[in-house]
Design a protein around this ligand. Structure first.
Ligand code: AMP
Length: 295
């Protein structure tokens, strides 16, 4: 809770329309308040919580957007089954310091006739972009719209979606948004699994199999810290570790430059399907592996 700039509401107001959010935020800014935005698809977990806490600590008002964006899901992906526990999310966002939850309907976000798409070329055409065609165009379009609806001073994203964070940085700069992009570290469960709303799809056996992602990153990191600099060897370690897990189907496991996501580089990035669930993870080699932060 903050007092000098007014007490934050414990239960954040839910805003459904962009025009309404614009007036709420404009009123804050007229009184000199600094605003942070945390874009999410909801089903909030400790990874999101970390972003919301950071935003609440660094800004006078925090807006959490909750929108399962149809544009960033491909045909046959999990748009329909994606969890949508809005009331629980709203309560949690409030406890973490959010002042407003922006939860537009798909019809409000993309009214009939909407025809504009935002595309960040280059970064959108590799790795995730290859395996999920159109995904980053959907992300960039919704993020640009969220930036316009909220007009925050800062916006918060997770390193968990490293390529997305890079796409957003590029967009924020190229479109002269003036918004400061903050990227927060990956939050992992005690056993190393990176938190994701999609982890809820995993059964017990799959949850075990999902540990192969962080195991692979850790093995490459251990080798790197021991002096291994041969990219072929480090990449082989990623693939060998993942191959040992029978339930894991690898979409990609690469070492890329963290700026343009083209290899070779020091950022290890993985996308692996465990049963019907597709998981991504990454680690910048040489950095200590994140201590478990969940809860
Ligand atoms: P999502 O709801 O999956 O679209 O994620 C919303 C934001 O939370 C994105 O910027 C993600 O990168 C971030 N995020 C999701 N999971 C994690 C995690 N385990 N650690 C850190 N950030 C995360």
């Amino acid at each position: 809770m903050r007092s000098s700039t007014g007490v934050k509401a414990a239960t954040p107001v839910v805003v459904r329309k962009a025009s309404e959010l614009q007036s709420v935020v404009a009123a804050w800014r007229r009184t000199g308040l600094v605003v942070g935005l945390v874009p999410t698809m909801g089903a909030l977990h400790a990874g999101h919580a970390n972003l919301i806490r950071a935003a609440a600590a660094e800004n006078d008002r925090t807006v959490v957007s909750i929108f399962v964006n149809p544009l960033q899901f491909g045909a046959g992906e999990d748009f329909d089954s994606y969890p949508r526990p809005l009331e629980a999310d709203r309560q949690l966002a409030g406890v973490l310091g959010a002042s407003a939850v922006y939860a537009p309907t798909p019809g409000e976000m993309y009214p009939a006739g909407a025809a504009t798409r935002v595309r960040v070329s280059g970064l959108s055409d590799v790795l995730e972009g290859v395996h999920r065609p159109g995904h980053f165009e959907g992300v960039a379009t919704v993020v640009a719209k969220l930036f316009n609806a909220c007009r925050p001073d800062r916006a918060y994203f997770g390193q968990k979606d490293a390529q997305q964070a890079a796409v957003v940085r590029r967009l924020a700069s190229d479109l002269d948004t003036g918004i400061e992009i903050r990227v927060c570290p990956i939050v992992r469960d005690a056993d190393g699994l990176a938190l994701s709303s999609r982890n809820a799809y995993l059964n017990t056996e799959e949850r075990q199999a999902a540990l192969s992602l962080s195991r692979a990153l850790r093995s490459a990191n251990t080798a790197f810290l021991a002096g291994e600099r041969d990219h072929g060897e480090l990449r082989r370690l990623l693939h060998d570790t993942l191959r040992q897990e029978l339930f894991a189907n690898v979409d990609y496991a690469e070492l890329v430059d963290p700026n343009d996501f083209v290899g070779p580089g020091q950022l290890a990035v993985l996308a692996v399907r465990i049963g019907r669930t597709r998981l991504i993870d990454n680690h910048l080699l040489g950095e200590p592996f994140a201590a478990a932060l969940s809860g």
